[in-house]
Design a binder for this molecule. Structure first.
Ligand code: ZN
Length: 257
């Protein structure tokens, strides 16, 4: 995620968005078929910012690790632009802080599970991933082959960085023969139940065990700089406030397969 896009960059992502109660009542969502995670030696999870991997896919990552897969989280940017108007925390401080939060979150997702979790940071510009889409695709391509399962933010997730990552993943996966699966993050904020632009026809859900839900929640809490205000000062507001966080407390995750 990243707050600058709430108003300035992405008009879709402003205000309180669609409440989780509306999604809870959504028949389409309730009736989605269950996705059975394929056995794979290597899964790549492409995340635009540190926190997207946990919010959108933390339960799936833990489930893959339960099955003994290696999961490589490829973090496109360091998330340094999450609070562009902060007077208390500089982009450089955010970069350091968010890298540490990411390390803790990934450690939590993998703790006690047989699979191995790895992280590679690409240090591409937060807020500017569309400008380096080709470079991003080249980085991703190096890790792909036809046996790899690649997860990326949905190419129409409503956030410029998330969409750039999704487009780069489409190109790299088509070129390599890797299987691409997309995960929505901001979609739950701007879309409404039965939204026509959401590809419900290829949406499936990964049901999470109580242990996995608890692991995911513990991992989310490590992304402190995003779910809590940095301070009481203007510009330091939480990027993922409680009403958005509710979308990620579900007992399932949705994938576009
Ligand atoms: Zn993000």
């Amino acid at each position: 995620m990243n707050i600058e896009d709430r108003g300035d960059v992405s008009p879709q992502i402003s205000g309180c968005g669609t409440p989780e109660s509306a999604w809870r009542d959504c028949e389409t969502l309730r009736q989605l078929p269950e996705f059975t995670l394929p056995r794979t030696d290597l899964a790549i999870v492409l995340a635009p910012h540190p926190d997207d991997e946990t919010l959108g896919l933390g339960g799936t990552i833990a489930s893959l690790l339960d099955r003994g897969s290696t999961v490589l989280v490829l973090t496109a940017s360091d998330g340094e632009a999450s609070h562009p108007h902060s007077v208390t925390t500089s982009p450089e401080q955010l970069r350091v802080r968010r890298q540490e939060e990411l390390r803790r979150a990934i450690d939590t997702l993998s703790d006690g599970r047989p699979g191995q979790a790895l992280n590679v940071k690409l240090h591409l510009p937060d807020g500017g991933l569309a400008g380096v889409e080709r470079e991003l695709g080249e980085h991703l391509y190096r890790f792909l082959d036809p046996g790899v399962l690649c997860f990326s933010t949905w190419a129409q997730d409503g956030h410029p960085d998330h969409e750039a990552v999704g487009r780069a993943a489409h190109v790299a996966c088509a070129r390599s023969g890797a299987r691409l699966i997309e995960y929505p993050v901001w979609t739950w904020h701007w879309a409404v139940p039965n939204e026509e632009t959401v590809p419900w026809w290829r949406a499936q859900k990964v049901n999470l065990s109580p242990r996995t839900i608890s692991t995911k929640w513990s991992a989310i809490k490590h992304h402190e700089s995003q779910i809590n205000p940095l301070s009481e000062r203007p510009g330091d507001e939480a990027v993922v406030p409680p009403f958005d966080l509710l979308h990620f407390e579900r007992s399932y995750e949705v994938l576009f397969v």
